[in-house]
Design a protein around this ligand. Structure first.
Ligand SMILES: Nc1ncnc2c1ncn2[C@@H]1O[C@H](COP(=O)(O)OP(=O)(O)O)[C@@H](O)[C@H]1O
Ligand SMILES: [Mg+2]
Length: 351
């Protein structure tokens, strides 16, 4: 049998472009090259798709100089990509795609939609689960139906903010009080997320969030530990154990996530067994509730009294050297090689 052609797509147009470039080598290193012919497709921040020669080019950033355009064919009778240079165009068939893209135009159902059109199997959640999970607003609506506790929130639209900011400030103060967390509905890596402790900082936080999205959430602050759970499988998936984020900053902002060496992640933290079970059970229910398939990381707060509060679901979680998703599976005895292989197997097995 011929080896399947597998393309890893990384980079992307979102604010999490750089994180994707850290995740991708970590995925690629664990793909079985005996089993698959590997193709690397990088998407620049501007949205230019290029064929990338080797994983080292991702590590040193030189992939952006590639002179070969990679254009996915949308023709379902001709599955693959066109490789275009100045003087020639070649067609390269593809059997499966592994999107290692975080955030908008990657984790939000857009690339999943392209691959559905092209009828090329791909790793991870489908269009609906990706789009729903990218949008914290819509996720809240769906999860509230499951009866799982979430932070109370006030929804804000950019145009309301432009029209009557005073009314919004008053509503937040009346319904939530301070402190609150303000976040864009669709972002990631804490981009545009701020804590507000008074009117002045709330104004600032709303203006920051509105630069990322038209829809903004103002949430009650949850005081608790940040606990994450990995989900893996088909439509009936399994939960890993749990991990904890120990942020070096006041909250887990972009800097604390990626630049501050004092931030730590702990696998299997000290937590009562029943709390861990509640987190794991909620993670699987939320994954199923958004129609998840393949993988997701589901994030919670656990309050001092043991109450479990859902925060967000990430359908293409970080896969960097310090990322929780692969670590949680390693702790369960699933090596990174096995994890990557299982994700690819699930792509082919999608019903
Ligand atoms: N309601 C909240 N209460 C307390 N902390 C919060 C709340 N919402 C967000 N945070 C803090 O902000 C961080 C980023 O917010 P999150 O909703 O996870 O957005 P992102 O998708 O960018 O990761 C969280 O990891 C947490 O530290
Ligand atoms: Mg988060």
């Amino acid at each position: 049998m011929n080896k399947p052609n597998l393309a890893v797509v990384f980079g992307g147009q979102s604010s999490e472009h750089d994180i994707s470039c850290l995740s991708a080598p970590n995925v690629i290193d664990h793909i079985d090259k005996e089993k698959y012919n590997l193709y690397l497709i990088g998407i620049t921040k501007e949205g230019h798709w290029v064929l990338v020669d080797k994983v080292e080019d991702i590590r040193d950033g030189s992939w952006r100089n590639s002179q070969i355009s990679a254009v996915l064919s949308l023709d379902a009778t001709k599955k693959g990509m066109y490789l275009i240079t100045e003087d020639k165009t070649a067609f390269q068939p593809l059997d499966v795609v592994f999107p290692v893209l975080h955030g908008l135009w990657g984790e939000d159902g857009t690339i999943q939609g392209i691959l559905e059109m092209a009828k090329i199997p791909y790793v991870g959640c489908g269009v609906l689960a990706s789009a729903v999970s990218m949008d914290k607003f819509v996720t809240k609506e769906l999860v509230s139906r499951l009866g799982i506790r979430q932070a109370a929130f006030v929804p804000v639209l950019r145009e309301q903010l432009e029209k009557d900011e005073e009314a919004i400030l008053a509503r937040v103060e009346k319904e939530l009080g301070y402190p609150v967390f303000v976040k864009p509905s669709r972002a990631g890596s804490s981009c545009g997320v701020n804590k507000a402790v008074d009117r002045a900082s709330l104004r600032f936080a709303l203006s920051e969030a509105s630069q990322h999205d038209r829809k903004i959430l103002v949430e009650e602050m949850i005081v608790g530990r940040e606990i994450e759970c990995a989900v893996l499988g088909g439509y009936e998936a399994k939960a890993s154990g749990v991990g904890e984020i120990l942020s070096a900053a006041d909250f887990y902002d972009f800097d604390a996530k990626y630049n501050n060496a004092d931030s730590r992640t702990i696998v299997d933290p000290d937590l009562p067994k029943d709390v861990v079970e509640r987190v794991r059970e909620s993670a699987v229910r939320i994954f199923a509730g958004v129609d998840g398939y393949g993988l997701s990381r589901v994030d919670f707060f656990v309050k001092a009294d043991g109450e479990v509060v859902f925060n967000e679901i990430n359908t293409l979680p970080g896969f960097t050297a310090i990322s929780m998703y692969p670590m949680l599976w390693e702790q369960r005895g699933v090596s990174k090689d096995e994890l990557v292989e299982e994700l690819i197997r699930l792509a082919f097995a999608r019903p």
